[in-house]
Each structure stands twice: as C-alpha cells, then as structure tokens.
Design a protein around this ligand. Structure first.
Ligand SMILES: *Cc1c(COP(=O)(O)O)cnc(C)c1O
Length: 242
C-alpha cells in the first residue's frame, strides 16, 4: 500500500527534527553555533513530491548526484525557489547540462571540468559556486585512485586557482566524502587542513561540505559548514539495480 502524503509529511518532518537535534548536540560539543551549519538535503532516488515536503518543512538547499534525475526534479520544483546542489561525480560532457540548474557544484576536481562548467555557466548566463572535491582516501597518495572522485590534496590549490580564474564560476570552498574505512574524524581533520590552505589564499572560500547521515558529528567537530544528508531525512534508499 502506498503511504498517504500526510503520513510521509509527518515522517519527513520528524526526520528533520531529529537531524536538527543531532546537529545541535554536535555543535554544542564542538563549541560552534548551529547557524554556522547548513543542511543540504540529498534527494536522489526520492520523488519531487518529497522535495516539496522538505521545502514545506523549511529546507532550502537540496542536492542530487545524477544529471538526468537532477534536471528533471529541478524543473518540477521550479516554483519552490530552492538552491540546487550537484554532488555527484561529473563527466565533462554533462557539465553544460548541470550548469542549467545547479547553483552549487561540490564535485569539481580537475581543470578540464572547471573549463567545461565555466563554459556552461556562461552559456546559460549563470554564476555557479564551485567546491573543490578533495580525495581523502590515503590510498590515493600511493597513486591508487579512489572510487569516489576528488582531487589529490596536493592538487587542490591548483584546481581552486583554476576556478577563481574561470568566468562564470565562484570558488566556494572544499568538499569531501569520508573514505569507507578508517576514522571519519581523522579524514575530516585532513580536509580541515586543506580547507585552511585554500582559505589562506582565497579568504572568501569558506564552505566545507562534509558529513553525511552516518558521520555528521565527526564532520561538525572538524569544521563542516554544509552537511549533505540523505538517509537521515528521507530514509534508507532502495538499491538501484543496473
Ligand atoms: C548520497 C550522498 C550523500 C547522502 O548520503 P546519506 O548517507 O544518505 O546521508 C551525501 N553526499 C554524496 C556525495 C552522496 O552521493
């Protein structure tokens, strides 16, 4: 049986409330203000109707990780005045499409993508806040590329500089996904160090996008400003086959 909309609305509202409690507790523990931490709701695999429920419950920032799904949902939710984030790995040939609707792209990790995204932004007459995705997997230091994308920490300033120089793009800061194994707090600590180096050179680049449903406390303890929350707000995603 399909759930009625009102049951789903209650569920989503309750989820947001518990997420906000977790965030408040983590901010208190870290001596930070809750106003310094923004929830970005990751709505991938969930319908546009859920995006509406999130918006009704006060969420203003939403994220997707696949171009087709993101474009469709952004179009269906155009009346909501939301800020759209793109957080998935991005191929250069999709950059132009993403530039149509994305206000913030978290996954910029190479010069070629900077140029493609910049061209898309100029084509659509838009300005896109761009974050350098940092690969926090220690294995990547040995030249083994992680599956999750991201620039080698040593290349982050180069990518940041390329974004700064690209008309149509605005450097917002850095983003990372904690490696699947190991202590997320240690990984987010490495991200904080990279973020500081970026901020030293580009003081306006203050965003640190880190922390998901399972590790938001560790991310807040290490200075995250933007949490990307999917499961915590909308529930476990069904596994997509294919
Ligand atoms: C899906 C996704 C998230 C949200 O993950 P949850 O564990 O469901 O909160 C965050 N960041 C990225 C890049 C994602 O793809």
């Amino acid at each position: 049986m399909a759930e009625t909309v009102s049951e789903r609305a209650k569920e989503v509202t309750a989820n947001i409330e518990s997420a906000r409690h977790r965030i408040a507790a983590a901010c208190t523990a870290a001596g930070r203000s809750v106003t310094d931490v923004t929830i970005v709701a990751v709505t991938k695999t969930y319908p546009a109707s859920d995006v509406r429920l999130l918006a009704e419950a006060g969420i203003t920032e939403v994220a997707e990780n696949r171009d087709q799904e993101a474009g469709d949902k952004a179009e269906q939710c155009r009346d909501l005045d939301l800020t759209w984030h793109f957080v998935g790995q991005l191929q250069t040939n999709k950059a132009r499409s993403v530039a149509r609707y994305a206000d913030v792209v978290h996954s910029v990790d190479r010069g070629k993508l900077v140029r493609a995204l910049g061209a898309g932004a100029r084509l659509h007459g838009r300005e896109i806040t761009s974050l350098v995705q940092v690969n926090l997997d220690p294995a990547s230091a040995e030249g083994v590329l992680g599956p999750r994308g991201g620039a080698d920490p040593r290349d982050v300033l180069d990518v940041a500089g390329a974004i700064e120089d690209e008309e149509g793009l605005v450097l917002g800061g850095v983003m990372a996904v904690a490696p699947r194994t190991g202590d997320p707090a240690a990984a987010f600590g490495r991200l904080a160090a990279v973020a500081e180096r970026v901020r030293d050179r580009y003081p306006q680049a203050t965003m640190i996008s880190a922390g998901m449903s399972g590790d938001l406390e560790a991310a807040i303890a290490r200075g995250a400003t933007h949490l990307r929350l999917g499961t915590a707000l909308l529930g476990e995603r069904k596994v997509i086959v294919g």
